[in-house]
Structures are given as C-alpha cells and as structure tokens.
Design a protein around this ligand. Structure first.
Ligand SMILES: O=C(O)CCC(=O)C(=O)O
Ligand SMILES: [Fe+2]
Length: 342
C-alpha cells in the first residue's frame, strides 16, 4: 500500500522566487530538512520526464544483456574503478552488496603519473561503454548533465540557507570536479532473510541525487536510530547530504546513514544515483556559519571505521579501495602496501 513520504519535499524552483518572503520561507524549509534529516525529495527541478524514462529504460536494457556482454566493460579492466560490477563483488564493512552496477565518471584520459604524485590522480581516466548498447553513452551523458545542473542548484540554495553567498561552493568546482553516476540493478533477494541490497553507509561527496523506479527499498536512519523508508515519489529526486558538507558545516548538516533493502522474490529494482563532489584536490574547510546555526552544529562524526577526511581526493580513494577490493588488488597493490606499512 502506498505510504505518504516521511521525508520533507523541497520545490527547488522556489529558490528563484521573485518574492523575497517566499524565498526566505523556502530557505528555512531547506535548512531544516538538511539539518534535521539530511535526506529530502526535490521537485520543481525541470528534468524532462522523457529523459528520466529513457535512462531507466537504458538501465533495464543493459542489465538484460547476456552476462558476457556486461562483462566486456567489467570494472576489473579499469584502474579508475569505472565500468560494470557483478552482483556480490562490492562491499561495505566487509559485507557484500546484492546489486550490479555501472560506475561512470568524468570522461578523461588517464595521466602519466610518478611515484610522488597524490594517489587520487589515479582516479582520473576514461569510462567504459558497452558496445552492445551504443545509445547508453549519449543517454547517460545527457542525464548526467541535468543531474549536475540540479545538484549545483541545490548546493547553491544550501549555501544561501547557511548564510553564505550562493556561489560559495563554486570555488571548489571546475572541469575536474568529481561527478559520478551509477546505473544500478537490485535483483530479488536470494533468500527471505538475505535482504542486504546495500549495507548502511554514508556518501562521501557534497550531495547525492537519486532517481529511483517505483519499487522502493531505500531506507534512511533517523537520529533516534529508527530506519524510515524513502518511498518513491513520482517526479521527485531523493537528495542527501554527503560527508564533505558535514565537514564544511562542522556537523550542522549531517551525512546521514542509509541502506537499500533487496526487493522481494520476482521483483527487480533499478536506480540511478548521482554524486556531486568538489575537485579531487579540494581540502574542505569549515565555513563561517551564522552564530545561531553554529550553536546547533553537532561536530563531525568520529567513527574509527570511517574517519571523514577533509581532503576530498583522499576521502574518495579510501571509499573506492574499500568498496572494490578486486580492482584495488589488481591496480592499486602498491598503494595498498604503502598504506598497510604506515
Ligand atoms: O540505489 C539506491 O537507492 C541508493 C544507492 C546508494 O545509496 C549508493 O549507491 O550510495
Ligand atoms: Fe549512498
């Protein structure tokens, strides 16, 4: 049965409202959604419905390809962790996820690097695209451009809601900014009690945007520990705060834990998350919050299993190495050895 959404709904078009009072009311709503829950729906985003349908259809078509065609772009081929991950080979906290996916990032040439270059520069490189579904590239890149536009608008609105100039975060963006799209398929659970689609985690960039189909399964942890469903809301994206914004606001905004419960037998779920991070070389500094907001900051989460790193490139490297151990062993063994001996 359809449940009413338990998360706030933010109409981003109100950010450009000509009426100052309405804009202030909008910023107050956004601020409270981002501070109290860290998860909210965004409507009024202007991403055309046909494009949203096209990307989900392309996702279904890719995962319906024979496995050998999917494996042509396996991420094991890619030092930059790009490409296809088979079900059961991606991890959080040592426990496998029940999903398959394609990881896509900015389309670049890999750099010729020396031993003293920072490790995160190894994340720069080309994507892999399936020859069996040539239209996927164009559809995903068009969708990615729209997701980037909407996320940057939400980030501008958040800057304004935090008492900053709306362009505050622009200093961290240029062509090297970390954008990351995932095309994801959650197969039905293999057994009634095997329901981990994705284990509890936080996202490491500034913001994540999610387009989900009508199945549901995403859950968000409230401050009291209770898990609530981020039920699909037609035409809305789900947004959540990532670790970089938690650091920038000293915990006034919080990177919220979330997870995905696998669909029931016979049901398949498809989702397209998009992650917006700053440039790989960005080191996020705490921003100057207005006193009344600073008083409500909770500090940055101190979890020994997942220390939050203000250096974004390093935060990203740690995340990739942890979630894709096979790619890490194949292409990053020198980095792993260096880190183990520290
Ligand atoms: O597919 C979803 O609903 C969420 C996925 C997610 O949280 C992630 O990939 O970080
Ligand atoms: Fe996530």
């Amino acid at each position: 049965m359809a449940q009413p959404p338990a998360l706030p709904v933010i109409d981003i078009s109100r950010f450009r409202a000509p009426d100052a009072a309405d804009r202030d009311a909008f910023l107050a709503e956004l601020r409270s959604a981002a501070h109290e829950v860290g998860f909210f729906y965004v409507t009024g985003h202007g991403v055309p419905a046909p494009l949203r349908d096209e990307v989900l259809s392309a996702a279904r078509a890719f995962f319906a390809l024979p496995v050998e065609r999917r494996l042509e772009i396996e991420n094991l081929n890619s030092p930059q962790f790009r490409g296809y991950t088979r079900t059961g080979t991606e991890y959080t906290a040592g426990s496998a996820y029940w999903r398959e996916q394609i990881d896509i990032g900015p389309e670049r040439e890999a750099l010729a690097l020396g031993p003293d270059d920072p490790d995160y520069l190894r994340l720069i490189g080309p994507n892999q695209w399936p020859s069996a579904l040539p239209e996927l590239r164009d559809i995903v890149l068009r969708w990615q451009a729209e997701a980037l536009r909407v996320s940057r608008e939400v980030l501008r609105a958040l800057a304004a809601a935090l008492g900053q100039d709306e362009g505050y975060f622009d200093q961290w963006f240029d062509d090297e900014a970390a954008v990351h799209v995932k095309i994801v398929h959650y197969p039905p659970r293999a057994a009634e009690d095997a329901d981990q689609g994705v284990g509890a985690h936080k996202d490491y960039g500034y913001l994540a945007l999610l387009q989900q189909d009508e199945v549901g399964g995403l859950q968000v942890q409230r401050e009291d520990g209770e898990w609530i469903d981020a039920v699909p809301v037609p035409d809305a994206f789900v947004f959540n705060i990532g670790e970089m914004l938690e650091i920038a606001t000293q915990g006034y905004l919080k990177a919220t834990q979330h997870r995905v419960v696998s669909p029931q037998a016979g049901v398949h779920r498809y989702s397209i998350p998009f992650f917006l991070g700053p440039r790989l070389d960005a080191v996020v500094k705490p921003l100057n919050l207005p006193a009344e907001l600073a008083a409500l900051s909770r500090g940055v989460t101190d979890d020994p299993d997942n220390p939050l790193l203000a250096a974004f490139g390093e935060n990203a490297v740690v995340g990739w190495l942890r979630s894709h151990p096979r790619v890490a062993e194949r292409w990053w063994s020198d980095v792993l050895e260096k880190r183990e001996s520290r």
